[in-house]
Design a protein around this ligand. Structure first.
Ligand SMILES: C[S@@+](CC[C@H](N)C(=O)[O-])C[C@H]1O[C@@H](n2cnc3c(N)ncnc32)[C@H](O)[C@@H]1O
Length: 168
């Protein structure tokens, strides 16, 4: 999981803040947990947008599946398989990726595979949004995307950071 408590409304709002309902029609969420951020994302999305949710934990997927929204496609699989899954379903490019995967506790190789797959699928100018509880890891995102904007979210347990990278 990488945490013991689900994200606060404040963190969920920040994670979904950058969605442009006009432009972001294909959104991918990675590491949805029980779907707490998912609901905020769906609230900001336009009626004809689609949200592909990747969550590796089957029990949590059962909880997420209680969200009855035809725009949500729930995938009980690891984020490293996003590219093959999306391509198989006719999606060659996505507008935004929103991730709460705890990369700090994942093997480096897996982290790199997921981030590179995300970067590859993201459209030029698209946002990759990631939450963390420490800011020191932001170097990793700078190395991959060439830029990273940091936002501190104090009202969360523990207080956290949202990183926003734009694919150049
Ligand atoms: C820190 S929790 C975040 C849950 C929720 N989004 C929130 O903010 O409260 C991280 C989630 O990432 C999921 N996860 C971990 N590795 C994953 C992977 N490789 N692919 C997809 N989901 C993964 C975990 O099962 C867990 O539900």
């Amino acid at each position: 999981m990488g945490t013991v408590i689900r994200s606060s409304p404040s963190m969920c709002r920040k994670m979904s803040h950058f969605i442009d309902s006009q432009d972001d029609l294909i959104i991918v969420e990675l590491g949805a947990g029980d779907g707490v951020i998912t609901s905020f994302i769906l609230e900001k999305m336009s009626p004809d947008a689609k949200l592909y949710v990747f969550e590796i934990n089957t029990e949590l997927c059962a909880v997420i599946s209680k969200i009855k929204d035809p725009r949500m496609i729930l995938v009980n699989d690891s984020a490293e398989h996003m590219e093959s899954y999306l391509l198989k379903h006719g999606i060659t490019q996505v507008d935004m990726i929103i991730s709460a995967i705890p990369f700090l506790v994942l093997p480096d190789e897996l982290t790199k595979d997921i981030l590179m797959a995300g970067k590859k699928m993201l459209k030029t100018g698209g946002n990759f949004i990631q939450m963390h509880y420490v800011s020191s890891i932001k170097k990793m995102y700078k190395n991959i995307f060439g830029n990273v904007h940091t936002y501190f979210v104090p009202v969360n347990i523990p207080p956290g950071y949202v990183f926003r990278c734009v694919k150049e």
